[in-house]
Write a protein that binds this ligand. Structure first.
Ligand code: C5P
Length: 230
């Protein structure tokens, strides 16, 4: 079965500083969104819906002239979950034959194809919601209400969640409808699925799949890219 991906790229990207929309920023002579489509296609995705601003259509067409899979652009929303919902509607329109959908942040361009493939494999084995995650490196404390105080949490139990997250497409659409009608705030799509009682399955993520947010992350991403092309 074909797998469609919704690639969200409608954030403001202000934390990255000057240099234009984040998804169109360059690493190694290629826009981040193009790297993201390369990674998704390498793992088995057959089509993409990119969610961004319509006024950037020409710039995306330029950046994705040699994209490995067909793609369309659709308009984003105020919050990430609004952008994903718009992308899902477009995915159902352009890829009605896709049973599965991967939701991916354009800000994670260097996710290894093996991670994408593992997410798809878990879906094909019957999981309805799949997330890549990695162990955390830092010792982490939860901030207390009292300024300057915090409680340590058992690091061995913590996981940092990445994308692409994989879903049964009809289930994720239902989950989004639910969180919207209840006014629930969710920071990722797996949380939306849990809100309708779906079980979330973890697969191993990768540190290569860092989320590019601040200028420092772009430095690391460049190093990840260089190592890959060496
Ligand atoms: O805001 P956050 O860092 O969680 O954003 C993660 C991803 O969601 C980014 O790729 C960003 O472009 C996207 N996003 C979006 N629409 C929004 C906010 C974020 O597509 N309204």
């Amino acid at each position: 079965e074909p797998v469609v991906a919704v690639v969200v790229a409608a954030g403001s990207g202000v934390r990255l500083g000057e240099g234009g929309p984040k998804a169109l920023r360059d690493v190694g002579g290629r826009a981040l969104v193009a790297h993201a489509l390369d990674s998704l296609a390498g793992g088995g995705v057959s089509r993409a819906v990119i969610v961004s601003r319509a006024e950037l259509a020409a710039a995306f067409a330029d950046a994705l002239a040699d994209a490995p899979i067909p793609w369309t652009l659709t308009e984003g929303g105020a919050e990430r979950q609004d952008s994903v919902a718009n992308g899902l509607a477009e995915a159902e329109r352009v890829a009605p034959d896709s049973r599965y959908v991967l939701v991916h942040d354009a800000a994670r361009p260097f996710v290894p194809a093996s991670v994408v493939a593992a997410v798809i494999a878990a879906l094909r084995s019957g999981a309805s919601a799949v997330i890549p995650a990695i162990r955390v490196i830092d010792t982490i404390r939860v901030a207390d209400p009292h300024p300057g105080e915090a409680t340590v949490v058992d690091r061995s139990r913590l996981r940092a969640v990445q994308t692409p997250q994989g879903f049964d497409l009809a289930t994720l659409v239902r989950a989004h409808d639910h969180v919207r009608s209840k006014g629930l705030a969710v920071t990722d799509d797996a949380m939306a699925c849990e809100a309708i009682g779906e079980h979330v399955t973890l697969v191993e993520g990768s540190r290569d799949s860092l989320k590019i947010t601040e200028p420092f992350d772009l430095l690391v991403a460049e190093a990840v890219w260089r190592r890959r092309t060496d």
